[in-house]
Design a protein around this ligand. Structure first.
Ligand SMILES: *Cc1c(COP(=O)(O)O)cnc(C)c1O
Length: 410
């Protein structure tokens, strides 16, 4: 965390500060190494070489080929390219499936698909936010061409069974080929997962995957789309044919390098991050439950699922995500009071720039009432979070909650 930052930042799921190493890696590409990668003289070739090195680094980290990485300006653009790109490449009106709890960039891309004449299905989730697999399987139609399921939810941290869905899609596609039906592509939005989970596209069984820099201590507006070789995608941006024609415009060499650096750091430290964040989250939840009555965790109660042998554990909830519902408290008011005390947390509704009074679609999807959804806040931790910061929160939160409860009962 930058030294000048005096506030206690607990909203890492919204965005992360840039890692000093990332900053150092990208700095030369604004000034000294400013060449256009398409230019054929020395500075252009040098920029091109660095861009391709970044592409190779990312490809290696996710088990892909260099030619399968398309640099974009962030998670939203990658998601739009995956969904609308597949939609607009279809000769016929087709069918697309996603879940009810996706990020707005997925939900709104799906709405755009319907305006373009395609059909869509939004699969529901259980009370933990886990996709209903039987509903997903029943939703498939002969004309289905894409399934998009997020890797981990940004509001409540639920981790979806991507590898399991990937295996099922592969098997389904073998049957569909024999019936001469279109192959179904599988996309995952991995923006929340890249800092703590494995991103190997072969293990996950995905054809398309979105990752951004803004959630992993990289530059904002940096991102990439993994698109398996041979996938037909209509570009969103036309021009000089950069990024193999999928995304025209002079490449942002600095941000591509920053993203590669950020992803390298994130993937190298993910085991330690998981352990550290889990310990901090468990501390905070424990204290909050101890000192504050009538509080519930939204999403999974536990972070890990114990295996039969009890040796290995599987994460089922992001280790840095704490989404809490304080009965009888206005979430928005709590967030603003915490801000006044120097703590930065989020209400789910702050995730979109829409009506702040609209309750979170994710909390409604897991069965919370409108009022319950509006009594919730998200605290998300990151690699610069210190135990001392959480201790300070534990000191002020119980009083604040009881004050706010008195206000609403009067
Ligand atoms: C942040 C986020 C996005 C959007 O990414 P941007 O880089 O802000 O465009 C998409 N999906 C999820 C799950 C996210 O958390």
């Amino acid at each position: 965390m930058p030294k000048v930052y005096k506030r206690i930042y607990l909203d890492y799921a919204a965005t992360t500060p840039m890692d000093a190493e990332v900053e150092k890696a990208i700095e030369p590409f604004f000034g000294v190494n400013f060449g256009n990668p398409s230019s054929l003289y020395k500075s252009g070739l040098a920029a091109k070489a660095e861009l391709e090195k970044a592409r190779q680094t990312i490809a290696a980290l996710i088990g892909a080929n260099r030619s399968e990485i398309i640099f974009t300006a962030g998670g939203s653009e990658s998601v739009n390219l995956a969904i609308l790109g597949v939609g607009r490449a279809q000769k016929n009106k087709s069918h697309f499936i996603t879940t009810e709890i996706e990020h707005h960039c997925v939900l709104n891309s799906f709405k755009a698909l319907t305006r373009e004449g395609h059909k869509t299905t939004f699969v529901s989730v259980d009370s933990n936010g886990l996709i209903k697999l039987d509903e997903l399987k029943k939703a498939v139609k002969p004309e289905t061409v894409l399934i998009s399921v997020m890797y981990a939810n940004n509001e409540i941290g639920t981790i979806e069974p991507i590898a399991e869905i990937g295996k099922w899609v592969k098997k389904l596609n073998q049957e569909r080929l024999q019936k001469k039906l279109p192959v179904i592509l599988f996309h995952t939005d991995a923006c929340q997962a890249a800092g703590v989970l494995d991103l190997d596209v072969n293990l996950l069984g995905v054809d398309l995957m979105t990752v951004n820099g803004s959630k992993i201590y990289g530059p904002k507006q940096s991102g990439f789309l993994f698109a398996k070789h041979g996938i037909m995608l209509e570009p969103l941006v036309y021009g000089g044919g950069q990024e193999s024609g999928f995304r025209s415009g002079t490449e942002n060499v600095a941000f591509a390098i920053g993203l590669a650096k950020a992803l390298s750091l994130a993937q190298a430290s993910k085991t330690k991050q998981r352990e550290d964040l889990l310990a901090l989250s468990k501390y905070l939840i424990d204290k909050i439950k101890k000192y504050i009555p009538d509080v519930l965790l939204n999403g999974y109660e536990e972070f890990e699922l114990k295996n039969d042998n009890n040796k290995n554990t599987n994460l089922i909830r992001l280790p840095n995500n704490i989404n809490l519902m304080f009965k009888g408290v206005e979430g928005e008011a709590l967030m603003l009071y915490l801000d006044a005390y120097g703590f930065e947390v989020s209400t789910a509704s702050a995730c979109s720039t829409g009506d702040p009074n609209e309750p979170s679609h994710v909390l409604l999807a897991i069965g919370r009432s409108k009022q319950e959804a509006q009594s919730s806040i998200r605290i998300s931790l990151g690699k610069y979070t210190k135990l001392s910061e959480l201790k300070r929160l534990v000191v002020i939160l119980p009083n604040l909650i009881s004050k706010l409860r008195k206000v609403t009962t009067q």
